[in-house]
Write a protein that binds this ligand. Sequence first.
Ligand code: PRP
Ligand code: ZN
Length: 286
Amino acid sequence: MQAKLKIAIQKSGRLSEKSLALLQECGISFNLGSNTLRTESHNFPLELLLLRDDDIPAYVSDGVADIGILGENVVLEKGYPLEIVEKLGFGKCRLSLAVPRATHYQGLSDFAGKRIATSYPKILGTYLRVAGVEAEIHVISGSVEIAPSIGLAEGICDIVSSGSTLLSNGLKEVEEVLTSEAVLVAKPHLEGEKRDIFDKLLFRLRAVRRSQHNKYILLNAPQDKLDQIIAILPGLKSPTVLPLAEEGWVSVHSVIHEDDFWEKIDALQQAGAEGILVVPIEKMLI
Ligand code: PRP
Ligand code: ZN
């Protein structure tokens, strides 16, 4: 029987859906019922474990799972020796300090001698120590945002994504402690068949991620401006240039990165490019 790689993802929460969708985009499907906690893919040697995100670092570190998808914030807080293999570009959020909206907040030193409720005692402890602020850290594992209104703490330190949880609990964000996103973690030194499966998964995953950052561009260019236009478009190797039916014109195809997308488009237009089309790339396999 072929070995299977075990991946742990969040059972329910901010990252669950997108973690599954990413695996799906890698061509890996699962049959999932509403209460499934463990299942195998029928088209890739991967076993899926659906767990509380807070438990994933321990499970991967113990070898119950080989790899996992979870927030960098949880990885840092738990402090297990896991390898962060890849940032995944979704689940972006920040770990922030927040206080009741009516509080007249002036600065971090306002927290001196106060109680702060959090599920991130380690990260918060380090942050306060570095800042030289002595506060009492009150550890609670969930529904942290309720702590000030029930008199448990004067402030909280928790994950903020859209900000709606803070808003609906009458809190305002006052300091950003760290930023985070979903990451792929692995137990260090995966070997043998599992390593091979992991490499295969990673190849697919990087292809999907790369395609999310790049666009395919097609444009028409006057032949005499071609050099100038090609200089703007480095592409993967060099752009494809095809003659158009109209004399003196060519069609140029290439790939551009989303980071400098609009700058490139402006430059291309100024250089005389016309009929610019930009299309998404399904997979990018280099
Ligand atoms: C966080 C945090 C808040 C929520 C904030 O939970 O605890 O409840 O997200 O999001 P919002 O700003 O969009 O309202 P998280 O998904 O990190 O997982 P948890 O339930 O394990 O704490
Ligand atoms: Zn959690």
